[in-house]
Design a protein around this ligand. Structure first.
Ligand SMILES: [Cu+2]
Length: 150
């Protein structure tokens, strides 16, 4: 098993398969323990699909101490971005004029029909918002939340 996990593509496939099965299970377990569908701790990969200016999934639960590798797959023919962080980060971007982002953890621009990636460490319990702050996208509903549980 250890040898197999050294193959990055296989590791990603395993993580994606795990996420899919966890999400599938989460529907049935929604009324139960919130920790049942939580990801982490450690490093996990989450694929965020963008379709019609919406993130999917729009809600995630991770355990404190999880480093999430966000793979953002933009299925729209327009630019989007993913900004993950505390309220002050979103406030700055909401009034900002940056259309493209340099590689800052938790912030990435993604072109039409393109895929981009960023990492974000969820260290403390709470709720961390993610969003696209291109003009009018946030108000349209292009946002989501990561619930961080102990
Ligand atoms: Cu957008």
């Amino acid at each position: 098993m250890t040898t197999l996990l050294r193959t990055p593509a296989l590791l990603v496939a395993l993580v994606v398969a795990t996420v899919v099965s966890v999400v599938g299970y989460g529907v049935e377990a929604a009324a139960g323990d919130p920790a049942a569908d939580a990801l982490g701790p450690g490093e996990v990969t989450v694929t965020l699909d963008i379709e019609h200016s919406r993130f999917s999934p729009a809600e995630l639960t991770v355990r404190a101490g999880t480093l999430v590798r966000f793979v953002v797959e933009n299925g729209d023919p327009i630019h989007h971005e993913l900004v993950v962080g505390p309220p002050e980060v979103h406030d700055a971007h909401a009034v900002g004029t940056e259309r493209f982002h340099p590689p800052v953890p938790g912030e990435v621009s993604v072109g039409p029909d393109a895929t981009a990636m960023t990492f974000y460490a969820f260290d403390d319990p709470g709720t961390v918002e993610f969003a696209c702050h291109l003009p009018r996208h946030y108000d349209y509903g292009m946002r989501g939340a990561v619930r961080v549980i102990p």
